[in-house]
Design a protein around this ligand. Structure first.
Ligand code: SF4
Ligand code: SF4
Length: 114
């Protein structure tokens, strides 16, 4: 039979672990999206592949409606046939020349969201 003291210390421990979980949650990675609207043809592929329903089409162009839900999987970026969307970790500087064989990351974006 647990004593009152053992229950209190257990609840304190649970409180401590939920505080720890909250601290970890506060450190959750955040992502932002670069959209090249002139290349986006509104095909909906990225919207359909996004596992977190981050993306929507607005006026025939992709728009990150819920960027806070983004997990950075880059499915949208990898599936886009027109290189119209990029995903980056907030605070990260896009690597110069990354995948330079296939994508020109030096193209100027029209819009950045997130
Ligand atoms: S960003 Fe790419 S995949 Fe998404 S709607 Fe535009 S063209 Fe299609
Ligand atoms: S990186 Fe993944 S979760 Fe984020 S918008 Fe793209 S497909 Fe959705």
């Amino acid at each position: 039979m647990p004593t009152r003291d053992s229950l209190v210390s257990k609840s304190e421990r649970l409180g401590a672990s939920s505080t720890k979980a909250k601290t970890m949650d506060e450190k959750k990675k955040e992502y932002f999206h670069i959209i090249r609207e002139r290349y986006c043809k509104g095909c909906n592929i990225c919207v359909a592949f996004c596992p977190k329903q981050v993306l929507v089409l607005k006026n025939g162009k992709v728009f990150p409606e819920r960027p806070q839900l983004c997990i950075g999987c880059r499915a949208c970026e990898l599936r886009c046939p027109d290189f119209a969307i990029e995903v980056h970790l907030k605070g990260e500087k896009p690597a110069e020349g990354r995948d330079s064989d296939s994508v020109d990351y030096t193209l100027p974006p029209e819009a950045m969201h997130g």
